[in-house]
Design a protein around this ligand. Structure first.
Ligand SMILES: Cc1ncc(COP(=O)(O)O)c(C=O)c1O
Length: 355
């Protein structure tokens, strides 16, 4: 079965992890610090704070920015974490619709909800970055960049931006995440929040003579990264542009082969996008997905709208585009190390669907 996603691993990843395993320091330490500084440089922000997932990144970013006990606008078409993390930080979530063409948050809907809200969390769906025409001043912005590692300009405009290094992401470490920001105070709060509220990391206290004492000036969570993950992340970061270019080559190839299929709507391609997902639209989506699966090709759906979980998000939600388009969406396999034969099988299987 051709998978939907697959992480790309070279000897460099294996060697980096082995080096840390042999070093005797597996916890949060020098590799994590180096990954943070290299990631901040890559994105173009002052600070990067490494955590154990994007879900943690989103929750801690909200707390560090003072977004707790507030109302937050989240797109209805996203992974559950985007909204859950805002609720775990003590907020009420209200849903905005998505734009029909790129499936990112609909900024005109954000404008109409803005007077009821304190913050917005745009998701760069599939890696497409769509900037707001102008955001009301009072709205704090936390970018959900889980799909957007390597997308031009992702992470540059939010008060904080949150990244995922989950196994299927463009930069994969198994699990892991990062918050980037230009605000020194927010970065300082994040460092404390991710490590139980403690003011000094174990690594810092271990330099020279071991210092057992620390203080805990505020409450926090256990959500930091460790050096095994960070070592893997540093190699993946060095390879990220190349891996993304290989995703784009496959996406362009799909476009070339599918452009004459009048029953299939293709995503717009942008040379600056991370190309995390390749989402097509087809009227009989469920039959299409079954056809792919029964021919050995994985196909998925990103995502069932969050409005379909009323036990988590009660109340009335008005997101007509999301409710209509998700029923037609199917994600095709896309990963950097896809072979020629795998790509051909995906293409042939799509073309053999009787629409
Ligand atoms: C849009 C979006 N936000 C957040 C997350 C959460 O990422 P993580 O698995 O690193 O917590 C994901 C993961 O799939 C995602 O797709």
């Amino acid at each position: 079965m051709i998978p939907l996603f697959k992480p790309s691993c070279t000897d460099e990843e294996v060697e980096a992890v082995s080096r840390v395993l042999r070093s005797g320091w597996w916890g949060m330490g020098p590799e994590t610090e180096a990954f943070e500084s290299e990631f901040a440089d890559y994105i173009g922000t002052r600070y990067a704070v490494a955590v154990n997932s994007a879900t943690s990144a989103l929750e801690l970013a909200a707390r560090a920015l003072g977004i707790t006990g507030k109302t937050v606008i989240v797109p209805a078409l996203t992974f559950i974490s985007t909204a859950q993390a805002m609720q775990h930080a003590g907020n009420k979530v209200i849903f905005a619709d998505v734009a029909e063409n790129d499936l990112c948050i609909d900024w005109s809907d954000v404008a109409s909800l803005a007077s009821q809200a304190n913050a917005v969390v745009p998701v760069w769906f599939g890696g497409a970055v769509v900037w707001p025409p102008g955001l009301p001043e009072h709205l704090t912005m936390i970018e959900d960049c889980a799909h957007a590692a390597g997308s031009t300009a992702a992470g540059l405009y939010g008060d904080a931006s949150c990244w995922s290094f989950h196994a299927v992401k463009n930069l994969a470490t198994g699990d892991g995440g990062m918050v980037t920001t230009n605000d020194a105070d927010v970065a300082r709060k994040l460092r404390q929040l991710r490590w139980c509220g403690i003011d000094k990391s174990t690594w810092e206290r271990d330099q020279g003579k071991y210092g057992w004492d620390y203080s805990i000036p505020a409450d926090g969570e256990k959500m930091h990264m460790n050096d095994i993950t960070a070592a893997l992340g540093r190699v993946q970061l060095r390879r990220l542009n190349d891996m993304n270019e290989r995703r784009r080559v496959t996406a362009r190839n799909y476009h070339h082969h599918f452009s004459r299929l009048d029953w299939l709507k293709l995503p717009e391609l942008c040379s600056g996008d991370s190309q995390h997902l390749f989402v097509v639209r087809v009227n009989e989506r469920d039959r299409f997905v079954d056809h792919m699966l029964s021919n050995g090709v994985s196909a998925g759906v990103h995502y069932k709208p969050l409005t379909h979980y009323p036990h988590l998000f009660p109340g009335k939600h008005n997101v007509p585009v999301t409710e209509r388009v998700w029923k037609t969406m199917a994600t095709l396999p896309l990963y950097p190390d896809m072979t020629f034969a795998e790509r051909e099988q995906v293409i042939d299987t799509v073309k053999s669907f009787k629409a």
